[in-house]
Design a protein around this ligand. Structure first.
Ligand SMILES: [Zn+2]
Length: 155
């Protein structure tokens, strides 16, 4: 990820552009086509105005930080992830989870949103064991591997 997007906050910042996300401006990396991919998702979802309440306000994109409770960097660090409206979020830690004890999963985002993101190279945190349903990150290589392997877990 550091090679693809930059090895420090400062280096990542040099590649950030503003993506218009339903009226707000979100900093997203232009490297590897991420900003363009997010604009493609937006344009597709714009056709379904009933979905806007789930998409806005975004809880954030670029943020150089580690994953909560882990030592590795979140994909937010590289400006290649987006969190949707937290009002509908189901995040295993917020649900009272602790390592080794993951609470019941209850997704509230319409799958139409998930489908649009996945079509444009983003994977969904709602498919993770340590679920984070508001979270999408640009990982087209993982979708390609899943497709080549003929599995549907990521799609
Ligand atoms: Zn996130």
């Amino acid at each position: 990820m550091k090679r693809l997007y930059g090895s420090s906050a400062r280096e990542v910042e040099t590649s950030l552009v503003e993506v218009d996300w339903f009226g707000s401006k979100l900093p997203v990396t232009k490297r590897q086509g991420v900003a363009q991919a997010l604009e493609n998702v937006r344009d597709e979802l714009k056709a379904a105005p009933e979905l806007k309440v789930f998409l806005m306000p975004s809880a954030g994109t670029f943020n150089w930080r580690k994953i909560a409770g882990a030592s590795n960097l979140s994909v937010h660090s590289f400006g290649a992830a987006i969190d949707l409206n937290t009002q509908y979020a189901d995040y295993w830690i917020w649900a009272g989870g602790k390592p080794g004890r993951v609470p019941h999963y209850n997704n509230k985002y319409p799958m139409k949103i998930v489908d649009a993101f996945e079509r444009h190279g983003f994977i969904w945190g709602g498919r993770w064991y340590h679920y984070d349903t508001m979270h999408f990150e640009y990982r087209p290589e993982l979708l390609a591997i899943a497709e080549a392997a003929g599995v549907s877990a990521c799609r």
